[in-house]
Design a protein around this ligand. Structure first.
Ligand code: OSB
Ligand code: MG
Length: 374
């Protein structure tokens, strides 16, 4: 496909409600979008990096720099046949996976449109509907948290994930389990604990949690494998899994029993499918994580979640949980059974509201072709 133009823009999108994790609080999202024009079609990609480099090493600003100075000019100088070629095209740049995914995913979006098939079908998806859960941030009181859970359970969500950290864990789980004994519950520590907390983490076993997500260091497999031996609750890795090789190492070392796949964290659709397949072949279920995406990233997460081994509810939930107005049409909705239907429309299956995107844009640049290494 001939690349006619690449635009990169940043939008300011205020969250309806601040989102607090063990590493910080997000109030307004700085959403970076790539818009790739090719032979009359437009592919969109969303950057999932946070405002600060505290989930991973990448941030909105590091991605902006790497895309505008390195990846974008290189991509603009090629004519990729498909999204699967992007990892090789970007091969001279190390790391920077969220930056790479921003562009690669837009190419996959274009490829699906060119073929006149849905992104889900292009990726090999087999599900017509996907099971959905929600991720609920740390609140200022347990009472507030209970109200939020009440609302999400009533909306039909199939799994409630609680963000946790030392001081916001066992007492919270106790109160939540007392009030909602039957719900499917999990927790996500975003690396807030250390191996010396193993005895404390073992007390989580009494709350019948589906999993405990990334309890230890963001870059670790070894200590997670030691911890897993001491827990009945399955460990799920998020931050640690950067690619297929990481997934194989973690599975081999028994560092986890479940993997959270995030498109940005692994560098785009190619690697996400590779992680999915590696886990599937070894009997390890996966689910799709979220990074407080706007509708564009959300639409890509939905397509990915249609692959067979995405058998656990993901953090892919309705637009209205995050935004007063989403930038896609229709917005993402979740049924009373806690499911999102997979569209069979060509491409991402949701139109981009370009007028709204334009109004929310705070900076925009056109990326011109030049070879990375000359
Ligand atoms: O660890 O899953 C995480 C949000 C920002 C950074 C990291 C994480 C999260 C979430 C939110 O849990 C998931 C969502 O988009 O709803
Ligand atoms: Mg997580």
């Amino acid at each position: 496909m001939k690349i006619d133009a690449i635009y990169l823009r940043e939008l300011n999108l205020p969250l309806l409600r601040p989102f607090q994790t063990s590493f910080g609080t997000t109030k307004d999202r700085r959403v970076v979008l790539a818009e790739i024009h090719s032979e009359g079609l437009i592919g969109w990609g969303e950057c999932t990096a946070g405002e600060h480099p505290n989930f991973s090493e990448e941030s909105v600003d590091s991605c902006w720099q790497v895309i505008t100075d390195e990846l974008g000019p290189t991509l603009a100088a090629t004519s990729p046949e498909n999204g699967g070629q992007c990892p090789r095209i970007f091969g001279a740049v190390r790391g920077n996976r969220m930056a790479k995914a921003t562009l690669e995913n837009a190419i996959w979006d274009l490829e699906a449109q060119r073929q006149g098939i849905s992104l889900s079908r292009l990726l090999g998806g087999t599900r017509n509907v996907i099971p959905c859960g929600v991720s609920i941030g740390i609140q200022s009181s347990i009472g507030e948290l209970l109200e939020l859970i009440e609302r999400e359970v009533a909306a039909g969500y199939q799994r409630i994930k609680l963000k946790c950290k030392p001081g916001w864990d066992v007492e919270v789980f106790e109160r939540v389990r007392h009030r909602f004994p039957g719900i499917t519950l999990s927790c996500d520590a975003n690396s807030a604990y250390r191996l010396k907390d193993a005895d404390h983490l073992a007390t989580f076993d009494s709350f019948d949690l589906l999993m405990v997500e990334q309890p230890l260091w963001y870059d670790d497999f070894y200590y997670h494998s030691m911890l897993q031996k001491r827990l009945d609750t399955p460990i799920c890795l998020d931050e640690s899994i950067r690619n297929r090789r990481d997934a194989l190492a973690a599975i081999e070392m028994e560092s986890c029993q479940i993997i959270n796949i995030k498109l940005g964290r692994v560098g785009g659709f190619s690697e996400a499918v590779a992680v999915h397949n590696a886990a599937f072949e070894r009997g390890i279920p996966v689910w799709c994580g979220g990074m407080l995406e706007s509708g564009i990233g959300r639409s890509h997460n939905i397509a990915l979640s249609s692959l067979e081994n995405f058998s656990l509810p993901g953090d892919v939930s309705a637009s209205k949980r995050y935004w007063a107005e989403d930038i896609i049409e229709p917005e993402v909705t979740v049924s009373a059974k806690g499911e999102i239907a997979i569209s069979d429309a060509p491409g991402r299956g949701f139109e981009v509201r370009t007028d709204l995107v334009e109004r929310l844009t705070v900076r925009k640049t056109e990326i011109r072709a030049h070879a990375l290494v000359s």
